[in-house]
Design a protein around this ligand. Structure first.
Ligand SMILES: [Zn+2]
Length: 160
C-alpha cells in the first residue's frame, strides 16, 4: 500500500503508475488523481490543444494531398497514354452511322443525365461490350447504368 500525495488515500500499489526515477518505482500520486490532473490540464489548455490538433490534421491532410498529386504526375504519361489509346479505339470502333443512329446515341447520354437528376445518383452510358475489348460505339452496344455499377463492371461484358 502507498499513500497518494494528492488525495492522501492509502491505495494498493497497482493504483499507481510506474516511475523509474522514483525510489519506490512509482509515481507519488495515484492513477485517479493523475487522470483528474490530466483532465484539468486539458480544460486549462483546451483552446491551445484544439488549435494544435487542428494544425496537425491540416498539415497531414496537405501531405496526403501532395502525395496523391505526386503519384498522378509520376504516372501521368501512363494515364495519358491509356486515355489516348481508349480514344483512338473508340474512334476506330465508331462506324459511320446514319443520322437516326446518331440521334439515338445522343439520346442515351441525355437520358443518363435525366436519370442522374431524377434518381439522385450518377448514371452513365456504358458500352455493353467494352471499347477496350473491341466493342463498337453504336446504339445497340449502349446501356444506361449507375456509375457504381459501371465501376464494378469494369472491362467485363456484363449486360446489366
Ligand atoms: Zn490520489
Amino acid at each position: 500500500m502507498k499513500i497518494c500525495s494528492k488525495c492522501q488515500e492509502d491505495k494498493p500499489k497497482t493504483e499507481f503508475y510506474k516511475d523509474k526515477a522514483r525510489r519506490d518505482g512509482l509515481r507519488p500520486s495515484c492513477k485517479t488523481c493523475g487522470k483528474i490532473q490530466h483532465q484539468q490540464h486539458y480544460l486549462n489548455n483546451k483552446e491551445k490543444i484544439k488549435a494544435q490538433t487542428k494544425e496537425y490534421y491540416a498539415t497531414n491532410m496537405n501531405i496526403e494531398r501532395i502525395k496523391r498529386k505526386d503519384y498522378y504526375y509520376n504516372n501521368k504519361p501512363s494515364y495519358l497514354a491509356a486515355t489516348a489509346r481508349y480514344k483512338a479505339k473508340k474512334l476506330h470502333q465508331s462506324p459511320d452511322v446514319n443520322p437516326a443512329e446518331k440521334w439515338l446515341i445522343k439520346a442515351m447520354y441525355t437520358i443518363s443525365k435525366m436519370c442522374s437528376k431524377s434518381f439522385g445518383e450518377p448514371y452513365e452510358v456504358d458500352h455493353i461490350q467494352p471499347i477496350n475489348k473491341g466493342g463498337l460505339d453504336i446504339f445497340n452496344n449502349l446501356q444506361i447504368i449507375t456509375r457504381s455499377e459501371n465501376r464494378s463492371k469494369g472491362d467485363s461484358f456484363a449486360k446489366i
